[in-house]
Design a protein around this ligand. Structure first.
Ligand code: 6R9
Length: 699
């Protein structure tokens, strides 16, 4: 039993200070939306034909409104963002020359600072601010689990209390500012709560998507030297149970075998999918959430963080080597994430907002946890799969919770489209105002379906392009402000200056196509690869000197709209999840009978891209269906189910240049059967391999 402290919940002097300098008045005015509701406003440019007037004046009225602000943000980034940052609470204001950066490798180390000298805590801005201004009873989370009827709501006050309880528990375990904590939880309210609890005390969270395997989790625990882990006993996903605690135990054993013995505590949330008695247990290390958390004090004073102190890291796949820990810091991430969420979704406090991402990905950090809470939204959290128990699940939830903003991935739309429109039209979608997509290019067919069937042609679609590394949306429509085109992310967000480069690194002008790079830094850019700053510099700043290299190809049209054409590096985008070809290859070649592997992405109707693997075995007699199963298992075990190849193509040899480089271009053509588009094969060391590969297709 932990004694309850009598710490006053709010420091009145601090509150007064806040009222004075942080525009609580403005915030409360924003809450008072009733007076605006129903008012017809004179918006002139509608995003889609037949759209009706919006129910309130959008924050950004039109393209010229946007252009004025965008120009300011580019001409005077420090001034622009300092003005925006005043809408957040800082316990100490930033220095005058807060924004400094170097994007040019020729001038030494890449570095980037925003709001330097300022102090804040993001959870104070996400939670206390709303509670202190009288909105503690507003809904913060609306959760729906795997099974129908599993529902739960939490108010801002309740979430704040739970975050504080967990934060107090973390402190009691000796977790300090700067320590890394790994979170391996399914989509339950406790997942964002655990993230916020870390942020409350300045611990750096590393959320690992609960679909990753034990090997992948082990690697991520080891890399950041986590001493503490959050997980749950198990979780049901659709008709299947996933035993998360088992996976965690395996991961810790693997890490130990690799020499990392640092995990001292595992906090386990009990899910009905697997009751306590049946959950594997390591006494002394494992503890139950229900035993540890509820009796902790419900207030925990926030750790005031320097703007440039780390907030979290998130592992993501690159074109080479192991996944990298993308590190984000406090001030810049907070300001830009809050601002992006506000403008991209025209979000106001109290809006019912649903982002279908899992917190295991960056979208779940920026647009499901931090962004919407910074704006006081009521967030729907969904812990199941979209077609379970039937394909009407999502549309039913939109009707039930009167969802205003629905933000999802093209792959979800494509997977639901195939069941027909009746699942959608059976539900009332009149609450919807704004639709969004993220994660991969959206094909016009899916875009049109989203627009016509889901949004009844009255909701703009914001197709938001961004990355784990960028922290927040970079190229995106602002709803109701300008016309959209199916498949285009349209225009850059405030502070973002995209350029299109040719192979030589020269900026192309006007309508053109090339490689997408960003010219100047923005507040929420990642600051480093955890523990490997050189890799950060090499990956993002060495390809084109003076620019941030995105890894994406892009076209700009006559209207200045941007169209992302897909990755130009060796990263595959499967259902919006990044998979490095090198990671899959390394899993395949870890099989003792496998000599070599080359992995590419091929177009897939639903997933966008699928993993396609060419595999060379040591002996031809190993090329059997049973071996294919073994190889699939190995990928599943080392990475996770989502990275499993859709096709394993036996390759007695691979097409290589004389210097030994695999020509993936040719592999892509063979995979899609485009044999007459193989192009120049004269640089191949052994041109004969092409015919052999074609003859092996489907074997
Ligand atoms: C947010 C997120 C980043 C990669 C990115 C690009 C692709 C994301 C997109 C898109 C076209 C969009 N991508 N959004 N491509 N249109 N609207 O997904 O981050 O997981 O790091 O992936 O996803 O290829 O480079 P992350």
């Amino acid at each position: 039993q932990v004694a309850r402290t009598h710490e006053p919940r709010y420091d009145v002097t601090a509150l007064k200070e806040e009222l004075k300098m942080h525009r609580i008045q403005v915030l409360s005015k924003q809450f008072n939306l009733d007076s605006e509701a129903g008012q017809q406003v004179g918006v002139t440019l509608f995003p889609t034909a037949g759209s009706q007037a919006y129910d309130r004046p959008p924050l950004i009225k039109d393209r010229s409104d946007y252009e004025r602000l965008h120009k300011w943000s580019i001409d005077d980034p420090a001034g622009f963002w300092a003005e925006i940052a005043k809408d957040f609470f800082w316990s100490k204001k930033w220095d005058d020359n807060h924004h400094t950066y170097n994007f040019d490798m020729r001038k030494g180390r890449i570095e980037c600072n925003w709001f330097k000298g300022g102090k804040t805590n993001i959870t104070y801005n996400c939670l206390d601010r709303w509670v202190a201004s009288g909105h503690g009873n507003q809904l913060c989370f609306i959760w729906e689990g795997n099974d129908l009827g599993h529902e739960r709501v939490m108010t801002y006050q309740q979430v704040l209390n739970d975050v504080c309880r967990v934060a107090n528990w973390l402190r009691a375990q000796g977790v300090k500012k700067g320590d890394c904590v790994t979170i391996y939880l399914p989509m339950i309210c406790e997942l964002p709560i655990a993230m916020l609890a870390c942020a409350r005390i300045g611990a750096v969270h590393s959320v690992v998507f609960a679909g990753f395997s034990a090997d992948a989790l082990a690697q991520r625990i080891q890399d950041c030297k986590s001493k503490l882990l959050f997980t749950s006993s198990a979780v049901n996903r659709g008709p299947k149970r996933v035993d998360l605690k088992h996976i965690v135990d395996d991961a810790i054993s693997i890490a130990e075998r690799n020499g990392y013995k640092g995990v001292k505590r595992v906090l386990v949330y009990e899910k009905s999918a697997l009751p306590r008695e049946q959950t594997p247990w390591v006494a002394g290390r494992d503890v139950w959430w229900r035993d540890e958390i509820p009796n902790r004090p419900e207030f925990c004073s926030p750790e005031w963080m320097d703007a440039e102190d780390p907030l979290f890291m998130l592992y993501t796949s690159g074109s080479t080597g192991q996944p990298k820990g993308v590190l984000h810091t406090t001030g810049g991430y907070m300001v830009q994430t809050g601002t992006a969420n506000k403008y991209v979704f025209d979000l106001r406090p109290g809006d019912v907002y649903w982002c279908t991402a899992d917190c295991g990905w960056i979208t779940g950090h920026t647009f499901l946890t931090y962004g919407p809470l910074l704006n006081g939204a009521s967030c729907v959290l969904f812990g199941s799969t979209p077609a379970y128990p039937d394909p009407g699940r999502c549309w039913n939830m939109i009707e039930k919770y009167k969802v205003r903003v629905f933000y999802t991935a093209p792959t979800l739309l494509r997977s639901l489209m195939q069941f027909g429109d009746k699942w959608v039209t059976a539900h009332d979608r009149s609450s919807l105002r704004i639709l969004g997509t993220v994660g991969e290019p959206i094909n016009p067919h899916a875009w049109n379906w989203f627009n016509e069937v889901v949004g009844e042609k009255r909701c703009p679609i914001v197709d938001t392009w961004w990355q784990t590394e960028t922290g927040a949306a970079m190229i995106t429509p602002l709803p109701y402000a300008w016309a959209t085109k199916p498949g285009s992310a349209t225009l850059p967000f405030f502070g973002v200056q995209p350029v299109i480069l040719n192979d030589k690194g020269e900026e192309l002008q006007g309508a053109c196509e090339g490689i997408l790079a960003i010219k100047k830094p923005w507040p929420s850019i990642m600051r480093t690869v955890y523990g490997d700053h050189e890799r950060f510099e090499k990956t993002y700043f060495s390809a084109f000197k003076g620019y941030y290299f995105t890894g994406d190809g892009c076209r700009r049209d006559e209207d200045g709209y941007y169209w992302i054409t897909g990755r130009v590096d060796d990263v595959i985008n499967v259902s919006g999840h990044r998979v490095g070809t090198a990671e899959v290859e390394s899993a395949l070649t870890s099989h003792p009978q496998c000599a070599e592997a080359a992995v590419i992405g091929t177009p897939h109707n639903i997933k966008g891209e699928a993993v396609y693997a060419y595999v060379t075995m040591l002996s031809e007699s190993d090329c059997t269906p049973a071996m294919k199963k073994e190889l699939v298992e190995i990928v599943k075990r080392q990475i996770g189910s989502f990275a499993i190849p859709d096709c394993i193509h036996w390759a007695p040899g691979l097409p290589k240049t004389r210097s030994g480089k695999i020509m993936r271009r040719i592999l892509r053509k063979i995979a899609t059967g485009a044999y007459d588009e193989l192009g120049d094969t004269s640089t191949l060391a052994e041109p004969g391999v092409v015919d052999t590969l074609i003859s092996m297709k489907g074997k």
